[in-house]
Design a protein around this ligand. Structure first.
Ligand SMILES: Cc1cc2nc3c(=O)[nH]c(=O)nc-3n(C[C@H](O)[C@H](O)[C@H](O)COP(=O)(O)OP(=O)(O)OC[C@H]3O[C@@H](n4cnc5c(N)ncnc54)[C@H](O)[C@@H]3O)c2cc1C
Ligand SMILES: *[C@@H]1O[C@H](CO)[C@@H](O)[C@H](O)[C@H]1NC(C)=O
Ligand SMILES: *[C@@H]1O[C@H](CO)[C@@H](O)[C@H](O)[C@H]1NC(C)=O
Ligand SMILES: *[C@@H]1O[C@H](CO)[C@@H](O)[C@H](O)[C@H]1NC(C)=O
Length: 460
């Protein structure tokens, strides 16, 4: 592979010329969503003598996926037992409740009901059986597990209506998940940020990464270290370049783009955009609701239960009720999701689709009436939308969270010099639900499992 060609490719559409780095940081995190913040916090804690720097293009944290979700602390019911989603969700939930308690982040373990009509019993029985197999620690034989990692109970329709009197008579059974809760995600992110800056880390807003190049100490003057040259543009148009010894990319919906420009066509990563809309509701049919209520996801011939959990009822910390999210697939303006890189394609096209659309309401109301029949159609108002970064499209099955690691030398087509320090770029891809719940566990995985093993370096 030829370096010049790659450098040109990395230069995306050629708008930003290469710049020599002016300073160096040990850890650079791209993206101030809940995941980037959790990772920065963990780095500051694990490596207090190293410099940790986080850049975010907006003027505050969590303006993208992290502020457009259900704010549910998931129990971990839905994903295959051996997946990262299950493991990091369960671990993340424990860490989340612990963190919220310790740092006074508003949260509430309200519990949730997954409600089933008679013909849907098999679905919740399946979840129940799976949850029962999960001991703690995960995967330990049942005989030695102390408590269940995922406590659930199957209850009858009557018992469910005792908990929530407005539930439909058609609900024949329900799965009760006592560990599910809600969290104020903005307070959580503010708290992470305080924890980062109090610990000596830095968070820079209005700072957009526009270019990433692998750095080779012997070819470019300056720093005698390998790593990544990261060029940023700040709000006032100034551009800076820094050497990031380790780069961690948590840029959510944008996480695949530069990576694709580096990779050969066959290994490029497609991205699909699954929009979810929410509706607020005021009116009859929801007296005194105090738990989250989820339908059984649609698992028909053309849809897959892993894509969306169905239009559910959630509460926020003020007790306000909202319904959502539904699922509709956004079509990028180019064939970008087929990994083509089109120079003038707008990678942030999805931002034009964040105004909730009246046309989604009818279907959402129908879905809600399946389990709460007394709700009144006039009480629904479009509220907000979020976009899921999906690694598979409409016909795809389950896809897990993905962590990809690359090293500078691979892009120079050379072997790493023996004895040189490994400087990874870790890209987090497909961090859709349950990414909020899992954020602290993702941080633990990236920092303590992946980075600490890189150079055999232990936590300080
Ligand atoms: C509809 C919906 C409902 C969900 N519900 C739940 C739920 O109930 N519970 C749960 O656990 N999870 C839920 N999730 C998942 C959860 O919201 C996400 O997994 C999580 O917020 C992802 O966080 P992130 O930090 O990876 O991404 P983001 O929050 O999108 O953060 C990425 C950041 O990177 C920044 N960025 C991008 N490019 C650049 C650049 N070039 N330079 C600088 N900064 C850049 C962006 O501005 C952004 O702030 C839901 C998701 C959706 C879409
Ligand atoms: C960050 O949070 C941890 C606990 O989660 C706490 O022990 C630590 O003191 C906090 N750090 C700072 C600098 O506030
Ligand atoms: C990292 O972040 C940038 C900025 O969001 C993004 O364009 C890119 O695709 C991400 N991935 C890699 C590997 O650089
Ligand atoms: C509302 O719920 C609370 C607690 O679940 C219960 O004590 C109260 O009686 C309920 N009120 C009505 C009107 O159902």
């Amino acid at each position: 592979m030829n370096v010049r060609g790659l450098a040109a490719a990395l230069n995306s559409n050629g708008r930003y010329a290469y710049k020599n780095p002016e300073f160096a940081v040990d850890y650079l995190i791209i993206g101030g969503g809940v995941v980037g913040l959790a990772i920065a916090r963990q780095l500051v804690r694990s490596f207090p003598s190293k410099s940790t720097f986080l850049v975010e293009r907006h003027d505050r944290a969590g303006e993208e996926i992290s502020s457009r979700n259900s704010e549910v602390i998931h129990a971990g019911l839905y994903y295959p037992i051996d997946s990262l989603k299950t493991r990091l969700c369960i671990r993340g939930r424990h860490l989340m409740y612990e963190y919220c308690q310790e740092h006074n982040v508003p949260h509430k373990k309200v519990g949730k009901l997954v409600v089933a009509r008679d013909d849907q019993r098999a679905y919740i029985e399946g979840l129940y059986a799976k949850a029962g197999k999960m001991g703690w620690p995960l995967h330990s034989p049942p005989s030695i597990s102390q408590t269940s990692a995922l406590p659930t109970r199957l209850i009858s329709g009557e018992e469910a209506r005792e908990l929530e009197p407005d539930l439909s008579r058609n609900i024949a059974a329900a799965l009760w998940s006592p560990e599910t809760g809600i969290v104020d995600s903005h307070s959580l992110m503010e708290s992470f940020e305080t924890n980062i800056t109090d610990g000596g880390g830095e968070v820079a807003y209005q700072t957009r990464v526009v270019r990433v190049d692998p750095y080779k100490p012997e070819t470019r003057s300056g720093f005698n270290d390998n790593g990544w040259v990261v060029q940023t543009v700040t709000g006032d148009g100034d551009s800076d370049a820094m050497l990031a010894r380790t780069l961690i990319n948590c840029s959510g919906l944008a996480a695949h783009l530069i990576l694709n420009s580096l990779l050969p066509k066959a290994s490029r990563i497609p991205m699909y955009y699954g929009r979810g809309s929410y509706a607020s509701y005021r009116g009859p049919g929801i007296k005194n609701i105090s738990h989250l209520i989820y339908p059984c996801p649609d698992t028909g011939r053309t849809v897959h239960g892993f894509q969306s959990l169905g239009t559910h009822l959630t509460l926020d910390m003020q007790g306000k009720i909202k319904f959502g999210p539904d699922l509709d697939w956004l079509q990028p303006p180019s064939s970008q999701n087929n990994c083509e890189i089109v120079d003038d394609a707008d990678p942030d096209f999805w931002q034009n689709h964040l105004i909730p659309d009246e046309t989604r309401l009818g279907q959402m109301i129908d879905a809600v009436k399946q389990y709460l029949p007394e709700v009144n159609s006039e009480g629904f108002q479009p509220d907000y939308c979020g976009v899921r970064p999906k690694l598979v499209g409409p016909q795809g099955g389950f896809r897990d969270f993905e962590f990809h690691t690359h090293y500078p030398h691979t892009f120079f087509g050379s072997h790493m010099d023996p004895g040189s320090v490994r400087r990874p770029m870790i890209s987090l891809l497909g961090i859709e639900s349950p990414g909020l719940t899992s954020s602290l566990a993702i941080a633990e995985q990236v920092v303590e499992d992946m980075l600490c093993k890189e150079n055999g370096q232990a936590k300080e």
